[in-house]
Design a protein around this ligand. Structure first.
Ligand SMILES: [Zn+2]
Length: 225
C-alpha cells in the first residue's frame, strides 16, 4: 500500500488534533523509510518483475528487517520511544507506525515474514489477485479516510485542501501507468534496486514532511482566525 498509508495518517491526525503532526505523518511511513534505506544498503532485497504490477513492478524478495510482523512491532515501539516525553503522543505515534503493517497485509503477496528469516509468510495478496483493481481499491479506501478526516478537521475549522491535493497527485503518480517504479524495474542491477530503495524512501519522506508542514500551517491559520 502507498497512498493509503498517508490517508490513514491524515485520519489519525484528524481524530487526535492535539497530537503533533510529525509523529503521525512520518510514523505511517516509518517502516517504508527504513525499508528504502535497507534496500539501498543491500540488507533487504527486491527483484524487478514487470508482471508484478500494479504500481510496484518489483517482487519484495526479502524485506524482513522492517516488514516482518515482529520487526514491525519492534520498530513501532522504537518510533514511539522518540516521543516518550508525552505518553499519549508516544502511544499514537506507535499506533500510526504499526498501522503501516496492518494496511500492507491485504495488499502484499505473501512477502511479510513472521520474523526475520522465518519461513512463515503473510499477506492476502490483493496486488497479485486484483492487479489494477487493487490500485482502485486503495484509492477508494483512501477517499473514505479523506472524507472522514475532512469532517473531523472541519469541526476544528482546519482546511485539508492542500494535503488532499497532494494525496490525489501521489495516487496518480504511483499508478499502473505513471509509476516511476516501472522504469526502475527495467534498469540493470544494482541500479534497479538502488533506484527502487531511493524511491520508497523519498515516497514517504517527502509527502510525510510536506503534509506535516501543510497541516501545521492550516492549524496556525485556524488559531489566528
Ligand atoms: Zn510497506
Amino acid at each position: 500500500m502507498y497512498v493509503g498509508h498517508l490517508a490513514i495518517g491524515l485520519a489519525i491526525k484528524s481524530k487526535f488534533p492535539k497530537v503533533p503532526t510529525l509523529p503521525i505523518m512520518l510514523g505511517v511511513g516509518f517502516l517504508d523509510i527504513i525499508d528504502g534505506l535497507l534496500i539501498m544498503f543491500g540488507l533487504n532485497h527486491v527483484t524487478p518483475n514487470l508482471q508484478a504490477g500494479p504500481y510496484l513492478f518489483f517482487d519484495l524478495t526479502f524485506i524482513d528487517w522492517d516488514h516482518s510482523l515482529v520487526m514491525a512491532v519492534i520498530l513501532s515501539i522504537v518510533w514511539a520511544l522518540f516521543f516518550m516525553k508525552d505518553k499519549r503522543v508516544a502511544l499514537i505515534a506507535g499506533f500510526a507506525c504499526f498501522s503501516h503493517w496492518l494496511a500492507d497485509w491485504p495488499m502484499h503477496n505473501m512477502d511479510l515474514a513472521l520474523y526475520p528469516y522465518s519461513a512463515e509468510h503473510m499477506g492476502y495478496g490483493l496486488w497479485g489477485k486484483w492487479g489494477t483493481g487493487s490500485w482502485i481499491f486503495e484509492g477508494l479506501f483512501s477517499l473514505a479516510l479523506i472524507f472522514y478526516a475532512w469532517r473531523n478537521f472541519g469541526r476544528e475549522h482546519i482546511s485539508i485542501l492542500w494535503p488532499t491535493v497532494l494525496l490525489v497527485i501521489s495516487f496518480f503518480q504511483l499508478s499502473p501507468w505513471l509509476s516511476p517504479m516501472k522504469h526502475a524495474a527495467t534498469l540493470q542491477e544494482p541500479a534497479a534496486s538502488l533506484v527502487h530503495g531511493f524511491l520508497v524512501l523519498l515516497g514517504f519522506l517527502v509527502p510525510g514532511l510536506l503534509i506535516t508542514w501543510l497541516i501545521n500551517r492550516a492549524e496556525k491559520k485556524s488559531l489566528n482566525s
